[in-house]
Design a protein around this ligand. Structure first.
Ligand SMILES: [Mn+2]
Length: 320
């Protein structure tokens, strides 16, 4: 069975200021999802999994919903099973949705449940503030199921890493022991795709912030026949972080179509200098800067980003 697993699409995400009335960040999110959908269709994938944070907000505008649903239908029309769990950004996403009525292959897991496919069971639950309890229940559920099962969730696990300084989450969910019929957990929420033992983070499909500039974006491709999982990188909207001393600002010319964060490093700035930065950069809608307050000296954060380790794993326990 072939599975494509994506996460954190954050449809409707607005970044910086619009160009001619529209946010390139919104388009970029849909294009990234289209990449995953096209890949899944072209490669005759059986199952498509979304690990949560479909939308950037609980009540997206009608055009954003419509565009998302259009892409969902493109997948569903092929007959592919499509699983979706609500993330923390979605909250009550799709509590009463008619898509499930039209498409029996659409599975929105609004609470902990399992869906049996031909030779695999998908167990999933939405983002929860009590992950230890719900994960324990998911594992008990898996133990009762006679076939192979994959658990999908949207949580922080202890040891997950993000950002240019490799920030490590110490207070997440403990990586649980899994029964022998569960090879791994697929999770959304952490935007950097990574592997923590048998927890595989899909990563976000497009960047929602500058901390993500250091890592490639994509989705996971799972093949139970070949017993492999790999990270499939996709093209992304250009986004950079530029770290320069104040003096270099005068010769700096940003690309107007690249999301750019200018970090003025090396000395604390005066009010006047900050207002000068503002005047210099305000004509670029996609350019943001920091610091915005005086007397704050910034140090370089992005000069030696941690290496990205793509998920690439052999799974001995999934039978095809
Ligand atoms: Mn997210």
């Amino acid at each position: 069975m072939k599975i494509v697993a994506v996460g954190d699409t954050h449809f409707g995400h607005k970044m910086a200021r619009p160009i001619d009335g529209s946010y390139p960040s919104i388009d970029a999110k849909f294009r990234a999802f289209e990449h995953a959908v096209e890949y899944a269709i072209k490669n005759s994938v059986d199952t498509f999994v979304h690990t949560g944070d479909v939308f950037d907000m609980p009540n997206p505008s009608p055009p954003i919903k419509k565009r998302a649903v259009g892409l969902f239908e493109k997948l569903l029309e092929t007959g592919m099973d499509f699983f979706l769990i609500p993330g923390n950004h979605d909250r009550s996403f799709y509590e009463n949705n008619l898509l499930e009525f039209y498409y029996p292959n659409f599975h929105v897991l609004n609470s902990l449940k399992h869906v049996d496919l031909e030779n695999l069971s998908i167990i999933g639950f939405p983002y929860t503030k009590m992950p230890e309890q719900v994960m324990a229940r998911a594992i008990r559920l898996a133990q009762k199921i006679k076939k192979q099962a994959i658990i999908i969730c949207h949580q922080i696990f202890k040891g997950a890493k993000i950002g240019p300084q490799n920030y490590v989450f110490r207070n997440g969910l403990t990586i649980p022991k899994l029964p022998s019929n569960v090879p791994f957990i697929l999770s959304g929420h952490i935007h950097r795709s990574q592997q923590l033992k048998h927890v595989l983070y899909t990563g976000s499909l497009e960047r929602t912030g500058y901390a993500e500039t250091i890592e490639p974006k994509g989705f996971l491709v799972i093949n139970s026949e070949q017993q492999t999982v790999f990270f499939k990188e996709i093209p992304t909207y250009p986004m950079v972080v530029v770290e320069i001393p104040f003096e270099e600002l005068f010769s700096f010319e940003p690309d107007p179509e690249t999301y750019t964060l200018v970090r003025i490093i090396g000395k604390a700035l005066h009010e006047k200098e900050i207002s000068h930065i503002h005047q210099t950069l305000r004509k670029y809608p996609l350019v943001e800067y920091t610091p915005k307050v005086p007397n704050l000296k910034l140090y370089p954060l992005y000069s030696s980003p941690p290496p990205f380790v793509p998920v690439r794993w052999n799974i001995p326990s999934i039978a095809s």
